[in-house]
Design a protein around this ligand. Structure first.
Ligand SMILES: [Zn+2]
Length: 257
């Protein structure tokens, strides 16, 4: 069995659309098209997270399965990603932040409804994208349960999947997600889905901008994170997420100087 969860943020058609934005978080639509096409041609079932989980629990997960996930609710989810997925007969899971709806380049509430109506799964990515581990119990509850309630009211259907902002999670945050009755939740830890995964702590492979098809295939074939990736994860835990994010921003500024 080979099951992978892929993590995307935004897609773009022209370079001018991502000027001043982190290039690694934006995948060119042509690359995305080739990646999904490659998965299809190579026998991967392209499933939403909820369907993948259900099939796995029933012992019916296809030998090769890929779950495409998209964080942050960008407008390119609706305009660029969903049409490609539909064309390929695929599903995807889109994690939306209610507090960001209608911001520049982010979907509006009615666009999220449109995406759901087109057969894509909508999941929650908290109410306002904070570092969840830093919140007190009541704010944590608001961010996690509140995002589920908001989206369920908006869509008139159950919302089962969650994605931790910044991949930031500890035992208390996982428990809050479980209490809010989400059935699956994604981290940013890298790696394939293990045979008997903790469905509330799923690993993903992040697909970065500029990744050609060879690098994409190489990513999919990897048994787990590299030593550097594991060290970065350990660094995040050690520093705590807010300090890690400050340090990373500082480093990126230095590289840009
Ligand atoms: Zn995010």
């Amino acid at each position: 069995m080979s099951c992978i969860v892929l993590l995307y943020h935004g897609l773009y058609r022209h370079r001018s659309e991502i000027l001043g934005k982190p290039a690694r978080e934006h995948v060119w639509i042509e690359d995305f098209h080739r990646q999904v096409g490659w998965l299809r041609e190579n026998g991967y079932a392209l499933l939403s997270l909820t369907r993948g989980r259900e099939m796995s629990l029933q012992g019916k997960l296809p030998v090769k399965a890929a779950i495409l996930t998209f964080d942050d609710g960008k407008r390119s989810d609706l305009l660029l990603a969903a049409p490609v997925l539909r064309e390929m007969g695929a599903e995807g899971t889109f994690f939306v932040i209610p507090g960001w709806l209608g911001n520049p380049n982010i979907m509006t509430a009615s666009e999220v409804k449109e995406l759901a109506a087109s057969g894509m799964e909508i999941g929650a990515h908290s109410l306002s994208h904070p570092c969840l581990t830093e919140l007190n119990d009541s704010d944590l509850e608001k961010e996690v349960r509140g995002s589920r309630t908001f989206l369920q009211d908006l869509l008139g259907q159950e919302v089962q999947s969650f994605s931790y902002p910044y991949g930031n999670v500890d035992a208390r945050v996982r428990e809050a997600v479980k209490r809010a009755e989400f059935t699956a939740a994604c981290t940013t830890l890298r790696g394939p889905v293990s045979r008997f995964p903790d469905w509330l702590l799923l690993r993903r492979w992040g697909v970065e901008g500029g990744m050609n098809l060879d690098r994409f295939c190489e990513l999919l074939s990897r048994p787990g994170p590299t030593v550097w990736e594991s060290a970065t994860e350990a660094g995040k835990r050690l520093l705590g997420m807010p300090r890690y994010l400050r340090w990373r921003a500082h480093l990126l500024r230095k590289v840009g100087e």
